[in-house]
Design a protein around this ligand. Structure first.
Ligand code: SF4
Length: 279
């Protein structure tokens, strides 16, 4: 794994996601190397994009720039991160996510974190000191470790993510589970998805879900490495309608609040909380 430090002029930027006002991405690139990752398509540094999972750029002066930038800035919902996992292994070395969260919370920003890494449990004390301003989402695409390894090649196991949720919940942190991407014919069975609903129920988490969509560069990984048929765009298909019905029915069955990523902005804006669509 290669880390390259660099300086940036901007630490926090306006988000294009309707549920967020701002995004902070302490790292460029992501060591987790999920083969469906569409963050690759939004990564501007060529080396990080072309060697996804092997090279991560680290924003060395992020704290300094963030502190300056937020002075006088309108407070809003800020996502960590929108195009990388903020608790990927680099965070254990550099701690940029922790410091960003600390600065944002202590300056009155709402923060929404999304991760697949148990490293986030390191910062539970920080989250707990600002419970009213933070929520933490954990992505779980499947509970089955073998299947997870097929698509999330360098990523902490589903069991580790479940333990993270348990720790967050037992410390009173607001949590949610992102089930996504749901890939047609791979992780879309009611039985399999139902196991994630059970985790949500046990841990007081709501559920946000999304279906797989092909993107230019992520399609290269999917086409080369996915051992099953790669779905075409599934929006507005019969399968997508069936998926929405299944998810809502599971939500009723488990009494877990459930909505699609497409509708998340309504929830986020209604409650002043937000979520992300990658990681
Ligand atoms: S999907 Fe998220 S965790 Fe996976 S490689 Fe992309 S940014 Fe990292």
């Amino acid at each position: 794994m290669k880390y390259i430090e660099y300086d940036v002029k901007t630490a926090i930027s306006k988000s294009n996601l309707p549920e967020l006002d701002y995004a902070v991405n302490p790292y460029t690139g992501c060591q987790h190397r999920c083969i469906y990752c569409f963050a690759i398509d939004f990564t501007k540094i060529d080396e990080a994009r072309e060697k996804w999972g092997e090279v991560v750029y680290v924003k060395r002066n992020l704290m300094e720039v963030l502190k300056k930038q937020i002075k006088g800035m309108k407070r809003g919902i800020t996502g960590l991160s929108s195009i990388t996992d903020p608790y990927q292994p680099a965070e254990a070395i550099y701690g940029l996510t922790r410091e960003s969260v600390r600065i944002l919370l202590s300056n009155g920003f709402r923060v929404t974190v999304q991760t697949k890494s148990p490293l986030a449990s390191r910062d539970i004390g920080l989250f707990a000191s600002h419970r009213d301003l933070i929520d933490v989402g954990v992505t779980i695409t499947t509970i089955d470790q073998k299947k997870a390894l097929e698509i999330e090649t360098q990523t902490p196991s589903p069991a580790q993510r479940v333990r993270l949720l348990e720790r967050l919940h037992s410390n009173g942190i607001k949590t949610w589970i992102f089930i996504g991407p749901i890939i047609k014919g791979f992780n879309d069975s009611k039985d399999e998805v139902g196991k994630i609903f059970q985790v949500a129920k046990d841990n007081g988490a709501r559920i946000i879900y999304d279906a797989y969509s092909p993107y230019k560069n992520s399609s290269v990984f999917m086409n080369n490495e996915f051992k099953h048929p790669v779905p075409e765009r599934t929006r507005d298909t019969e399968w997508r309608g069936d998926l929405d019905r299944m998810m809502l029915s599971l939500g009723d069955q488990f009494d877990v609040r459930t909505n699609s990523q497409d509708d998340e902005w309504k929830v986020a804006r209604g409650e002043g909380l937000g979520t992300l669509s990658t990681t």
